[in-house]
Design a protein around this ligand. Sequence first.
Ligand code: 13P
Ligand code: SF4
Length: 312
Amino acid sequence: MEALALERKAEQNRELRERLMQLKKERNAIILAHYYQRDEIQEVADFRGDSFLLAQKAASTDADVIVFCGVHFMGESAKILAPHKTVLVPDERAGCPMADMVNPIGLRELKAKHPNAKVVTYINSSADVKAETDICCTSANAVKVVNSVDADEVIWCPDKNLGHYVSQHTDKKMIIWEGYCNTHDMLTIKDVEEMRAKYPNAQFVVHPECRPEVVEMADFVGSTTGILKYCRESSHDEFIVGTEDGTGYQLRLDSPDKKFHFASKFLVCPNMKVNNLKKVVKALETMKPEIYVPQDVADKARLSLERMLLVK
Ligand code: 13P
Ligand code: SF4
C-alpha cells in the first residue's frame, strides 16, 4: 500500500477502535479473538486464545455480550456454553470447511456400526454433531481426552490428521473420520525441506492438523497454544512455523527478538480472515449477526463440551 493509503487506513482504524471502546462499555461486551484472526482484531481483543482457551473464557465471562472473532463453530460453542448471553460474530459466513466434513446422519451410521465405541469429536464441528458426541476436545487436549474415555474403542471425527497424531499416543482403537483442515493439510514435505535449506538453524514447529508425514519432520508438535509456549520458552531464536499465519501476531508479541518464518504462504485460513475490525464494530452497533442454537441441540451438545472442560 502506498503511504497515503496506509495513513488513511491507520486513521480509520483509530476511529473504529474509539467507537469500539464506547460500544463495549454500553453493551457490557467482551471481544474474544482466536489467534488466527487478523492483527487489527487481535489488537482490540479483550482475550486472545486458541479454541480451548476461548471456550473456557466464554463459559466463565460475566459480560452480557460476547463478540466471538473466529469461525462459526467457535461462536456456536460459546453460545452453547453460555446460553443466556448474546453471542455475536463479525460475519456469519466465516465457517470452517473441516467442521462441514462431518454431519450427524453419517456419524449416527458410524455409531451404529461400532456400538461399544465412545465418540470423541474435535471442537471444529457443528452443534448438531456435538449433540451426537460423548466428549469434545481441542488440539490442546485431544490426547488427554481420548485417554480419559471409558471405552477401548473411540470414534474420532472429523480431523484425520489430528486423529492420526492422537492414535500414536493412545492404546485405544481409533475409528477415524476422513476430514481435514484445508489450510494445514496444504503444507508438504517439500515446503518444509525448502524452508530448512533456507533457514538451517531454525526449529520446525507444527500443528497436528498438518499431514502425518509433515508432523513427523517437526522439532515440536503442538496446538496453537503449545506452539506459542514452546517458542516463548525455547532457548532457540529462529523458527519455521507450521500453522496458520495469524499466530505470528502473538509469537512476535511474546518474543520480539526471535525470528519466525511461516512454512508456506498457503498457511492462511481464508475463513478466519473474513472478519475485520469494521465488522466487529458493526456487530456491536447492530447487535447482529447473532448466534442461535436450538435448545434441544444445545442441551445435548453442552454435555460434550462440559465433559471436555472437566478433563484435567
Ligand atoms: P486450535 O485453536 O486448537 O489450535 O485449533 C486450530 C484451528 O484450526 C482452529 O480452527
Ligand atoms: Fe477450519 Fe482449518 Fe480454518 Fe481452523 S484453520 S477454521 S480448522 S479451515
